[in-house]
Design a protein around this ligand. Structure first.
Ligand code: ADP
Ligand code: MG
Length: 261
């Protein structure tokens, strides 16, 4: 199995001229799950979008490499081909392209010419993934995310993860809007991908709840656009019991958001 290392060094990111991330350092290797936690407005989604190359997020300093290759120099589709994957907090709707067509194109984009996935294999794998996610088979024939409920969009993101088998995945609030049964289904699917493919991941979440189902090896807390604390799973447990207040006190800050500073 291929080994991946995603290395983020001193990453500074601005949106519309305002600095949101102020020096993020994080290294993620195959098989490692890193939870990135923090209150709202602290820069978590900005980190995900910047790594994946969303044009609105301007990197002003620092580096991101995948197996030593400069990710920031890659086009967005090259990043996916290199093995990176992003499950978005707010997936967008795409009219005119069915979920199934989108997936097959995305899978083939990661393969060499002449080595495209056969239609039979693709349908078999997709049906298996739809079953695991307890998704309606008809979903695949609908336009990507169009009219999907919040929960269906989240499952659809994980469907992509299961079929694309990336090296390193960034999962941004995949738990938001899911009821407890759906959360378990989604978490089981992520854990299965982890086992089968030695996936490495950044699991962004606001609540500790998700981490009861997807066990992180490392936990990082982000505030004011910086990682202010790192630890093991016990850090997430403490956050569940005590919230973020004690970290704010330790740091002597009141506003955790990126704010105007
Ligand atoms: P989190 O995911 O931790 O809740 P975000 O990274 O979404 O936080 O946002 C951090 C800050 O950056 C917020 O103040 C937010 O308003 C700002 N920001 C993020 N993305 C954009 C954007 N596309 N346009 C304008 N402001 C943004
Ligand atoms: Mg967010």
């Amino acid at each position: 199995m291929a080994e991946y290392t995603l290395e983020i060094k001193d990453l500074h990111v601005s949106v519309e001229g305002k600095e949101i991330l102020k020096g993020i350092d994080l290294t993620v290797k195959s098989g490692e799950f890193h939870a990135v936690m923090g209150p709202n407005g602290t820069g978590k989604s900005t980190l995900a979008q910047a790594i994946m190359g969303h044009p609105k997020y301007e990197i002003t300093k620092g580096s991101v490499t995948l197996n030593g290759e400069d990710v920031l120099e890659m086009e967005v589709d090259e990043r996916a081909r290199a093995g990176l994957f992003l499950a978005m907090q707010y997936p967008s709707e795409v009219t005119g392209v069915t979920t199934s067509e989108f997936l097959r194109t995305a899978i083939n984009a990661r393969r060499e010419e002449g080595d495209e996935i056969s239609l039979m294999t693709f349908i078999k794998e997709m049906d298996k993934a739809l079953d695991q996610l307890e998704m309606d088979k008809n979903m695949a024939q609908r336009y990507l995310n169009e009219g999907f409920s919040g929960g269906e969009k989240k499952r659809n993101e994980i469907l992509q993860l299961m079929l694309l088998k990336p090296g390193i995945a960034i999962l941004d609030e995949i738990d938001s809007g899911l009821d407890i049964d759906a959360l378990r289904i989604v978490a089981d699917a992520v854990n299965k991908v982890r086992e089968e493919t030695n996936l490495g991941a950044i699991i962004i979440t606001h609540y500790q709840r998700l981490l009861n189902y997807i066990k992180p090896d490392f936990v990082h807390v982000i505030m004011q656009g910086r990682i202010v604390k790192s630890g093991g799973p016990e850090l997430a447990e403490r956050l569940e019991k005590e919230g973020y207040e004690w970290i704010k006190e330790e740091l002597g800050i009141e506003d955790v958001t990126v704010g105007q500073n």
